[in-house]
Design a protein around this ligand. Structure first.
Ligand SMILES: [Zn+2]
Length: 109
């Protein structure tokens, strides 16, 4: 795999397509929060305090900034520190890319 993840790809178990390239995602809320319909979020959810200390290392162009997480047992910190498998990347990518679908491809209600 090159540094941009250009050779990474997987056959998606949700839509059946072959997705090419290393997925890159970011969002303002935990994924569990986003799976609740927007009209129900105030009533059905309570956002936990996920405070993870991080250090931002700015690097020269064309490198992206490097975010170093505090060495805790939080899953994101563990995966950054110990690495992440291609199977785990695929799980995350499929879930994020198809958030509005159920496992069988039907639109979520
Ligand atoms: Zn897909």
């Amino acid at each position: 795999m090159d540094s941009a993840g250009g050779s990474f790809g997987f056959e998606c178990s949700t839509c059946g397509a072959y997705h090419v390239g290393m997925p890159s995602f970011g969002w303002d809320w935990p994924i569990q929060y986003l799976t609740v319909p927007e009209t129900d979020r105030d009533r059905r959810t309570e956002l936990p305090d996920y405070c993870i200390k991080a250090a931002l290392h700015i690097r020269p162009w064309p490198s992206r900034p490097y975010i170093e997480l505090e060495p805790t047992d939080y899953p994101l910190a563990v995966e950054q520190r110990e690495g992440i498998s291609s199977v785990r990347v695929r799980q995350i990518a499929e879930r994020v890319m198809h958030m509005s679908r159920t496992r069988h491809g039907d639109a979520a209600v």
